[in-house]
Design a protein around this ligand. Structure first.
Ligand SMILES: C[S@@+](CC[C@H](N)C(=O)[O-])C[C@H]1O[C@@H](n2cnc3c(N)ncnc32)[C@H](O)[C@@H]1O
Length: 425
């Protein structure tokens, strides 16, 4: 949340002489030091400028930004208030004050300051977004969603804004405000038909029928944004798919330890790599998200990492792998036929495919269903039938807990299947 800097305007002395006054010169020096990240020196220069002319509102605002950068948030709030008191009644100063107050936990005051910023500048997308963050944290989800909607209307290409909007709608739906969430989700899709998050999550929350699988652009955008905190977040959720699959592969007996061509399909940040490396002559990872792959690369456990769509990647590599592992990846596919058939063809005869999906246990006979968080769950019978159609034999088909979500265990299917040794190919 970047603070907004002001040039030497508003409040204080004005005119030609003001711009060349000693106070103005000191203030410009302070701005330059702050821009160079030399905040302690900037702090001293701002103080000197304000001693020379206490009425410089812009200088007080910029001093507030430097104080925030130094972690002196209460002093920063004081500086923004002083800027306002010296006549700099600008949206950006109210916005900066709101951000500092939010950091201080003074949420009521912060909300009022965001409101003042938005009255003065109704097209301030970041203020709508950050005010919505505050409302979301206070569990005022419908108001938050409405704020995020304003933010993405003003900045339609803002990935974080869409992501926040989707998360608020998800929470709203979870809390039982299903109709309100669906109404906002439909507006979201209508207003942003080209945005992949609006398209996929909007449809899931509105209950308007899912796509056969999550669009590639949605997957890429979602995981690029999530990449940095993926590992810590999944650790918090007790994510176990990599270890569950590794245990099934190890227990299967047939291991030519260290001699396999292994594909980590949808490798993400590489959470499966440590378990797969000892099995592999060559370990390849493939993923749609460049952000996730960057983290996988940092592990230095893969021989090759490819940024590609999984089915297209598999289709170009007939009989290339002895083992394909897809942990928590096929939950971004509703229809599994294409992916499982492509995996079967990419395996050598006798090769194995290990994967998890979320189990669809609700009554009904739909083979798969997309949930409001955008992942699909699959019915066990459908998974078995699709494996058979792809020519894969089931070696293991277990139910287990994949992770926690909203405090409840997520039931999954943990599957190991084999391409028959004498498959016709
Ligand atoms: C939940 S993460 C799991 C990552 C890793 N397998 C793990 O267990 O930590 C799902 C990954 O699948 C990738 N993914 C989803 N659909 C994909 C597709 N069609 N092609 C390639 N990668 C895909 C995403 O980019 C993401 O990195």
């Amino acid at each position: 949340m970047a603070a907004s800097r002001l040039s030497l305007r508003g409040g204080g002395a004005r005119g030609k002489n003001a711009a060349s006054s000693p106070a103005a010169r000191l203030s410009r020096q302070a701005d330059a030091l702050a821009s160079a990240g030399r905040h302690a020196e900037a702090d001293a220069a701002y103080r000197a400028a304000l001693e020379a002319d206490p009425t410089l509102g812009g200088t007080r605002n910029n001093h507030g930004n430097t104080l925030r950068a130094l972690g002196r948030i209460a002093e920063a709030a004081g500086a923004y208030r002083a800027a306002l008191a010296h006549g700099l009644d600008a949206a950006l100063v109210h916005y900066n004050l709101a951000s500092a107050l939010r950091q201080l936990g003074e949420t009521g005051e912060a909300e009022a300051a965001y409101r003042r910023a938005l009255v003065r500048q109704p097209d301030h997308a970041e203020a709508w977004n950050n005010q919505a963050n505050l409302l979301r944290d206070a569990d005022r989800l419908e108001e938050a969603a409405t704020g995020y909607r304003r933010a993405v209307t003003l900045r339609p290409d803002w990935g974080d804004g869409h992501d926040n909007f989707g998360s608020a709608l998800y929470l709203l739906h979870e809390r039982g405000a299903v109709d309100a969430a669906a109404r906002l989700a439909r507006l979201w899709r209508r207003d942003h038909p080209g945005n992949p998050v609006a398209r996929h999550i909007g449809a899931a929350i509105a209950g308007d029928g899912a796509e056969p699988r999550a669009p590639d652009a949605y997957v890429r955008q979602t995981f690029d944004l999530f990449a940095e905190e993926f590992d810590s977040k999944l650790a918090e959720l007790g994510y176990r798919a990599p270890e569950l699959l590794a245990a099934r592969v190890a227990a299967d007996g047939e291991s030519s330890e260290g001699g396999l061509d292994v594909l980590d399909a949808g490798c993400g940040t590489g959470l499966c790599a440590a378990a797969l490396r000892p099995l592999a002559r060559r370990l390849t990872g493939v993923d749609l998200s460049g952000g996730m792959l960057e983290r996988a690369r940092a592990r230095q456990l893969y021989d090759a990492l490819e940024e590609a769509e999984l089915v297209a990647f598999l289709s170009g590599r007939p009989s290339a792998f002895d083992l394909i592992v897809a942990a928590d990846v096929l939950c971004y596919f509703g229809v599994l036929e294409e992916a499982l058939a492509a995996a079967a063809r990419a395996l050598r005869p006798g090769g194995r495919l290990a994967f998890t999906v979320e189990a669809l246990e609700a009554a009904g006979d739909a083979p798969h269903r997309v949930a409001t968080h955008g992942r699909y769950a699959h019915r066990a019978g459908y998974v078995r039938a699709t494996l058979a159609t792809a020519g894969l034999e089931v070696a293991v088909f277990d139910r287990d807990t994949l992770r926690m979500e909203s405090g409840a265990p997520v039931a999954g299917l943990v599957v190991l299947a084999r391409r028959p040794a004498l498959s016709p190919g």
